[in-house]
Design a protein around this ligand. Structure first.
Ligand SMILES: CC(C)(COP(=O)(O)OP(=O)(O)OC[C@H]1O[C@@H](n2cnc3c(N)ncnc32)[C@H](O)[C@@H]1OP(=O)(O)O)[C@@H](O)C(=O)NCCC(=O)NCCS
Length: 349
């Protein structure tokens, strides 16, 4: 499809052969770190994802005289609504090169049939949010990113030395927010995502109004096969099997001073099992504190997950112009509006 204003620009389904052009565009718009990360994880993302029906890049590009000037990638969401599989896509890495902006290309990319029917997006920049709102995306209420401070020990250690920093931090950390002990026994899970995870997933798939795929194959791909593979899994067992799990990540953000950050990537229990959710989140927070993480972020959508995080002192993380960053969806049927999603969905962070 050519655009009206620019007959030289072709908006078309992307293929793996577009890789060099897409990486160049990512570098131009988002910088070299994003482009390098996309290159490093290319095969993992576009060959190994068990949701891909055919291997290879999925998305839409705008091409002008052989150059990629606009792009959006589409990750299959594996979405089940009321237990039935539907075709839905997470949109990531949307961009238009500066010289080509303001000509309707972003709109053209998102409207292209290859960008999929049901579209989901989180962590959307202000300009892209403006585009999405003009073309019929809706904000999902009570969704967004929350964060809280966890520990001062890492930062104080950088300033005062580890021993004195730890001592001072131990006194200050209780002032940073609630730190309840988990009421149920949560443990670190080192092994494979085994059959117990499959049983929990099958029950969750049927019980949640709408949820993206979390079977062992998907979890293995997402958390064990990832090129950085630094996720940690916490599990809560009971007599009947696995009652829930939580996945966290600890990482150092580049730059000086080096900051220690955490993410709560995934949390799965039965939808109304608030005690399990509370215990898993409390244990995750304790593990992040033990790891001297300074701040943790968590995306939440559905199943009261925002309220659970608020109980633990997490507050909404806004942007320059907005107090919250709700998820945006297009053509999501009403039955899907109670979608359950976490950071691990979509681009995974
Ligand atoms: C966001 C981005 C892709 C928009 O590209 P674009 O080609 O200029 O957008 P379009 O021309 O298709 O705009 C579609 C509509 O959104 C509006 N729009 C676009 N950018 C806007 C902005 N920054 N603020 C307000 N409205 C905006 C346009 O006016 C147009 O509205 P109209 O149809 O009523 O005229 C581009 O600015 C970009 O690449 N930004 C940097 C990367 C980025 O933020 N990516 C998103 C990551 S989540």
């Amino acid at each position: 499809m050519s655009t009206k204003a620019d007959p030289d620009i072709l908006i078309r389904r992307a293929t793996d052969a577009d890789k060099p052009g897409i990486l160049a565009a990512l570098e131009t718009v988002f910088g070299s770190a994003t482009a390098l990360q996309a290159e490093r994880s290319w095969d993992w993302q576009w060959r190994l994802d068990p949701r891909l029906q055919t291997p290879g890049y999925q998305g839409v590009v705008a091409e002008c005289q052989g150059r990629i000037v606009g792009n959006t990638a589409t990750i299959p969401a594996g979405l089940a609504i009321a237990g039935t599989q539907v075709s839905a896509w997470w949109l990531i890495n949307g961009l238009v090169l500066t010289d080509f902006r303001g000509r309707g290309l972003a709109k053209g990319l998102l409207d292209h049939p290859a960008a999929g029917e049901i579209q989901l997006a989180k962590h959307i920049s202000e300009p892209m949010r403006a585009v999405c709102q003009r073309i019929g995306f809706d904000a999902l209420p009570a969704t967004g990113t929350r964060h809280r401070r966890v520990s001062t020990r890492h930062r104080l250690g950088q300033i005062l030395g580890r021993a004195l920093g730890d001592l001072t931090g131990t006194l200050i950390d209780p002032l940073l927010g609630p730190a309840p002990r988990p009421e149920l026994p949560v443990s670190i899970h080192e092994g494979d995502f085994d059959a117990r995870f499959a049983t929990l997933w099958e029950a969750a798939r049927a019980a949640y109004p709408a949820i993206c795929r979390r079977d062992p194959a998907l979890l293995r791909w997402r958390y064990h096969q990832h090129p950085d593979a630094d996720a940690r899994v916490l599990t809560l067992d009971d007599a009947a099997g696995l009652r829930g799990y939580c996945v966290i990540r600890v990482f150092e953000r580049p730059g000086r001073p080096r900051r220690r950050r955490g993410m709560i990537l995934d949390l799965l229990t039965a939808p109304a099992d608030a005690p399990a959710q509370r215990s898993l989140l409390a244990a995750a927070l304790a593990e992040l504190r033990r790891e001297r993480v300074e701040r943790v972020t968590c995306f939440h959508a559905g199943a009261g997950s925002g309220a659970r995080l608020a109980e633990l002192g997490f507050t909404p993380m806004g942007t320059r112009t907005s107090a919250t960053q709700p998820m945006l969806v297009r053509r999501l049927p009403p039955a899907g509006q109670a979608l359950y999603a976490t950071l691990g969905d979509g681009d995974g962070g």
